[in-house]
Design a protein around this ligand. Structure first.
Ligand code: EPZ
Length: 435
């Protein structure tokens, strides 16, 4: 099990490049199920969740080929030979987003057996709204032995109003609607940029969609879709994580290959906290810490509000800000797993229900800490970059799910970070009392 060893205290200086968005790549890969032609996606991040999705497609009989390029990786998906519309538990249990294949499988093949995704560290993560929408469109869905069994002759367009705003729920049902008979009107949709990214791909494949990226999406179903080549968005959460890395280390960092229009809430909050943020162009932002950081509250909301996927990273920054910052998590019921680990490094944080009170600035000292989920991992790396001494961060496989070559990217701008794999484990074996 790999660990990161990070020695804190180095300001990050230079240019760091953002990879493609994992949360765009996953639904866009699922969209390839909707056609018998080849779909090529560019700017695909080499992260573990993409590999998991590739394994899922292979298990269903589809062909997925990665082409590693100099500056961009692309993936070609051919679902012509997809013969087994079953998403098995062994894969789904490692990545909930596998449930994104449910809508497209039913839309294209009229049937799907998808393992009910379990919860994860941050919450129960039900998919009842995905199921409800498909049933409204005429699917019959039963649950047996841990699998959702969905059957439908041909889905019919319907008027869907989401009880709660759900990103993958919007994406799953959008993919179901594009091949359904007639018109589908979807209201109270998620407005995250990843939804618009998916809709742009589907449109390139011949779908008829209006309103993607807004709360109301209208779809005219078509009888078939054709292949396409599409470049996905840069990852706005990776970009936000790097902005905080530059700020927390007191560096001077240029974050390149991002989309600044997707970072509004994050950039305005960093400015409120006293960080110098300069948009140098549509895809480039410069971040510098100008003097002391100021406390500023955040409350996570659906897009375009402050993203829940940036809450843990912002909390690490708040530990260094002068004053009291209130961090309120409104989207998931258990997304404070990073708090206790930050406290072990010397942070002053108290949790009461969905709000964490962060008092700063706190002098952080290096410690042995453990990742619990993807964004909590990023929070611990950010804290270790500013903590005094050498931190050891365990279970970094959580981070590898959504951050491409993170140690190479951070080292290239001055971070002292090393990945310790078997060597480290062997040393531990030799001295089992080692921490
Ligand atoms: C997507 O998850 C992202 N994942 C998450 O990113 C992100 O945190 C989340 O949206 C919120 O922005 C992908 O896009 C692959 P939701 P998703 O459905 O779609 C409840 C990361 O770190 N809900 O928008 O699963 C749910 O419990 C990951 O990259 C239902 O009750 O999240 C939650 O409280 C973590 N029933 C709220 O809605 C449903 O059927 C929002 O969840 C669906 C959701």
């Amino acid at each position: 099990m790999d660990k990161f060893v990070i020695r804190g205290g180095n300001p990050l200086v230079g240019t760091i490049r953002v990879s493609g968005a994992k949360n765009s790549a996953l639904p866009c890969m699922a969209a390839a199920i909707l056609t018998a032609d080849e779909v090529t996606l560019e700017n695909i991040p080499q992260v573990h969740d993409i590999e998991t999705q590739r394994r899922l497609f292979a298990s269903m009989g589809a062909a997925v080929e990665m082409h590693e390029g100099e500056r961009q990786d692309r993936i070609t998906i051919d679902c012509r030979a997809l013969t087994d519309p079953v998403a098995r538990y062994e894969i789904v249990k490692t990545m909930r987003a596998s449930s994104l294949v449910l809508g497209p499988l039913v839309a294209r093949f009229g049937r799907a057996d998808v393992a009910v995704p379990g919860g994860c560290a941050i919450g129960g993560r039900p998919i009842d709204l995905h199921i409800k929408g498909l049933e409204r469109m005429g699917a019959e869905i039963t649950q047996e032995h841990g699998y959702l069994k969905a059957r439908a002759r041909r889905l019919k367009g319907a008027h869907l109003v989401f009880d709660k705003i759900t990103v993958t729920g919007t994406e799953d049902l959008l993919m179901a609607a594009v091949l359904a008979e007639g018109e589908t009107l979807m209201e109270n949709c998620a407005r995250e940029p990843e939804v618009a990214d998916l809709a742009a791909l589907l449109t390139a494949m011949g779908a008829k969609i209006e309103g993607a990226g807004t709360a109301t999406i209208r779809v005219q179903g078509v009888s078939r879709l054709h292949g396409a080549r599409y470049r996905i968005n840069p990852d706005r959460i990776e970009a936000g994580t790097f902005l905080i890395a530059g700020a927390i280390t007191g560096g001077d960092l240029i974050v390149a290959n991002c989309k600044t229009e997707h970072l509004g809430a994050v950039i305005s909050k960093l400015i409120e906290a006293g960080v110098r943020v300069e948009v140098l162009g549509p895809g480039t932002v410069r971040v510098r810490a100008a003097g002391r950081l100021r406390a500023a509250d955040i409350s996570t909301e659906e897009y375009p509000g402050f993203p829940t996927d940036m809450q843990a990273q912002y909390m690490a920054l708040a530990t260094q800000a002068e004053g009291v910052s209130l961090v309120t998590e409104n989207i998931f019921e258990n997304r404070f797993m990073h708090v206790q680990e930050l406290v072990r490094m010397g942070a002053n944080i108290k949790v009461d229900g969905s709000t964490a009170t962060v008092r700063g600035p706190a002098r952080l000292s290096a410690a042995a800490v453990m990742c619990s989920d993807l964004r909590a991992s990023a929070s611990l790396v950010l804290a270790a970059l500013v903590a005094e001494g050498e931190s050891v961060i365990d279970r970094v496989y959580h981070m590898d799910r959504g951050y491409e070559s993170i140690e190479q990217k951070l080292s290239a701008v001055g971070a002292q970070i090393q990945r310790m794999g078997n060597v480290f484990a062997a040393r531990e074996q030799a001295d089992p009392v080692a921490v």
